[in-house]
Structures are given as structure tokens and as C-alpha cells.
Design a protein around this ligand. Structure first.
Ligand code: ZN
Length: 383
């Protein structure tokens, strides 16, 4: 049982002040930015700003603004979320904290949103690796109409079985209405399933043997193309100061020329080239994301994919830190990115309308029944 469950209200407050502001003497007013001691009002548990006179609490202007949860529940919830090393279902957190499912789900997503806006930022430099992994969208859709697996079709296949396979394929094809919607994969020329997205990852090697990567940036793309790779690297890599390591995908060929050097490994032949060419850290991230999506979150909608990808990046980068330090880091990010834009009023129907693709927001498919919409919130811009 984490120690935080035994903390008093005052200890929880002290902890939040420390992770957000550093100390009681360096409190920053979220309204005007004045940093200092301010006037603490113990009954209201709020400061009155010495600069502008407005009042604020330790969670004003953070993703937890207008909270109904106690500080203790927020701190404990964050810690329990981090302690589940591979990811944590909202159902598990609901049971640990004895809150409703929506409360646990929204708390986790506010932490993810903070990582999207406060952690997945800024260029990496040095020895970089990049890769793209196909995620989401049913694989079965690619195989549809083609006999697979345990029923290979050979010249010995009995006629009645063959006809049953063909009729099934025909029926499934007829069921699909309208033209196919997914984009065409530029490398293999196949049409991808409609919900398929590519998680593109840029990782920075730590340079220490056996220590892996120490910085990760992620972005979501519709396909692994040269345009997407260039855009993502322009955002997340200090190109003139860096080396690029990738697999032999054609997406990286032209942008690779702008780097100090571009090393490629041909995965069809080997995992690592004779001179250490590999993108194993990027692959390690892909495996991690894959396990989180398939083993824990089960069905990541494309519109929330970036959030989950950032969560996996944070977990991977902080994997060697003690959990107390992970907690401080996560709460520091969550209290310094401003208020939540995506999860305030979620249970009242204020849902994100767009997918956060790197190339720009894309209108997302509606999901779930619409709840009583607030007229002011529903029409807000996606960012
Ligand atoms: Zn102020």
C-alpha cells in the first residue's frame, strides 16, 4: 500500500506545492505570473496574489482545475497509475481508489494529456533512431477474402471446401459497402484498413552501453511516407547536429541526407548491421506500445492514440527511476501545462472531435452515444 494513503491533508498540500512551484516561497500566480510568497488563506486553502489580488489554489490553472477529488486521491491515483508498469486499465484504478469509472478514466486521461502537451515536446539531438509501426485497425480486414492460416488452398483441397471458402469471401466482399476508405501503404501498395494509423517514434540513444534510449518523441501518421517522416523529424530532431538510424523503409531515404549521417539496417536480412547499424531502441518502443494496446487498453481509438503513445514514451523513458521520482515528474508536467482542454466536462459530453495527427487535426469518427451536450463546449475548436 503506498505511503501516500497515510498522508495528512497538509502533507498532500506540501507535496503538491513542491512538485508544482518548488517551494512555498516560489509560488507562481496562474493569473499574472508573479512569483513569490503571496498571502495564504488557510481556511479557503487558497492564495491571494500579492501582484494582482486574484485568488488561486494549488490546482488552479492545471489539468486538475475545478477538481472534485481530494489532493490525496489525485496523488495516490497518479502513483498507482505509474506503478502499473505496462499501463493500467481505468477499471483497475476505479477499484483501487473506490471512485466511479468515469472519474478514474478522466484522471488517467488528464495525465496523458499533460504528457502530450508537456512531455512530447522539443527536438532530440545526437544519435537518433526512427521507426513507424502499424497500429489499430483490424488486421483481419487485410486478410478478408483470402484463405489464410489453417486452411491453405492447394490442388488437393476438396471441391466442396473450396467452394465454401470462396462463397464466404464473396459474401464478406458484398457486405462491404461503398469504396474502400483506408489510405494506400506507399511501401507495399496495399490499401490499409480504415482505422489503421502509424505510430512514428523518434528516440535518442543515451550513448551508454546497456542503458538504451533516454528520450522519446511520438507522432501519429496515416502512412509511413517521406512527407510524414520529414515533418516529424523537422519537429522532433535537431537535424544538423544528429545522426539518423532507421530500417530500410524508403520513407527515410531523402530526409536522411540532411543528417550528419544516415545508417540503415535491412530487417529482411538482419537485426543489426556489421557496424552496429540498428534501430533497436525504436523497435523496443514499438513492442512496448504494442503490448499496451493489445494487452491492456485493448481498443485504442485513433483519436486518442497520441495520448496512449505519449504515455508509453514516458513509461519507457522513466523506466529506471524510482516511483517517487516518476510521480514527481508526472505531477510536475500535469501542473505546468495549463488547464485540460480535452477532458474538462468529458462526462457532460464535451468530447474531443478531432484526431491529433502530426500533419494536422482530422475529424474523428463519432464514438459512443452523445450525452447532454453543453452548447458552449461542444463548438470549441479542437486545440
Ligand atoms: Zn497574480
Amino acid at each position: 500500500m503506498p505511503q501516500v494513503f497515510a498522508w495528512s491533508d497538509r502533507e498532500c498540500l506540501d507535496f503538491m506545492v513542491e512538485v508544482r512551484f518548488g517551494s512555498w516561497n516560489t509560488v507562481g500566480c496562474p493569473h499574472c505570473g508573479t512569483t513569490g510568497k503571496h498571502y495564504w488563506r488557510p481556511l479557503q486553502k487558497r492564495w491571494k496574489c500579492a501582484g494582482c489580488g486574484s485568488t488561486f489554489s494549488v490546482t488552479s490553472g492545471t489539468v486538475f482545475a475545478s477538481r472534485k477529488l481530494s489532493l490525496q486521491t489525485i496523488i495516490a491515483g497518479t502513483l498507482l497509475w505509474l506503478n502499473s508498469a505496462g499501463g493500467q486499465p481505468a477499471l483497475e484504478l476505479k477499484r483501487h481508489l473506490n471512485v466511479t469509472y468515469n472519474t478514474a478514466y478522466t484522471l488517467q486521461h488528464k495525465l496523458r494529456e499533460a504528457l502530450v502537451r508537456g512531455y512530447n515536446q522539443g527536438p532530440l539531438a545526437g544519435d537518433l533512431e526512427m521507426d513507424g509501426a502499424h497500429q489499430s485497425g483490424r488486421r483481419a480486414a487485410e486478410k478478408r477474402g483470402k484463405p489464410q492460416g489453417s486452411r491453405p488452398v492447394t490442388s488437393e483441397t476438396p471441391l466442396e471446401e473450396l467452394s465454401s471458402i470462396l462463397t464466404q469471401a464473396g459474401k464478406q466482399k458484398a457486405k462491404r459497402k461503398g469504396p474502400p476508405k483506408g489510405v494506400v501503404d506507399p511501401e507495399y501498395g496495399r490499401r490499409l484498413p480504415e482505422d489503421r494509423r502509424i505510430v512514428m517514434v523518434v528516440r535518442q540513444r543515451s550513448g551508454k552501453k546497456g542503458k538504451g534510449a533516454n528520450g522519446t518523441r511520438v507522432a501519429i501518421a496515416m502512412a509511413e511516407t517521406a512527407t510524414e517522416a520529414e515533418g516529424i523529424l523537422a519537429t522532433y530532431a535537431a537535424i544538423p547536429e544528429s545522426y539518423l538510424n532507421t530500417d530500410s523503409s524508403p520513407a527515410y531515404a531523402s530526409v536522411g541526407k540532411s543528417f550528419l549521417a544516415h545508417r540503415t539496417v535491412e530487417h529482411a536480412k538482419e537485426l543489426s548491421g556489421p557496424n552496429g547499424e540498428n534501430n533497436n531502441q525504436a523497435e523496443e518502443y514499438n513492442w512496448r506500445y504494442d503490448r499496451a494496446e493489445k494487452g491492456i487498453y485493448l481498443n485504442v481509438e485513433p483519436k486518442y492514440m497520441l495520448d496512449y503513445a505519449c504515455e508509453v514514451a514516458f513509461r519507457s523513458d522513466t523506466r529506471r527511476l524510482p516511483n517517487g521520482q516518476q510521480l514527481r515528474l508526472a505531477l510536475n508536467v500535469a501542473t505546468n501545462v495549463g488547464e485540460s482542454r480535452f477532458w474538462r466536462g468529458f462526462t457532460r459530453g464535451n468530447h474531443r472531435s478531432h484526431e491529433l495527427l502530426h500533419a494536422g487535426p482530422r475529424l474523428a469518427k463519432a464514438s459512443g452515444p452523445a450525452k447532454g451536450r453543453l452548447p458552449g463546449l461542444a463548438t470549441r475548436a479542437p486545440f
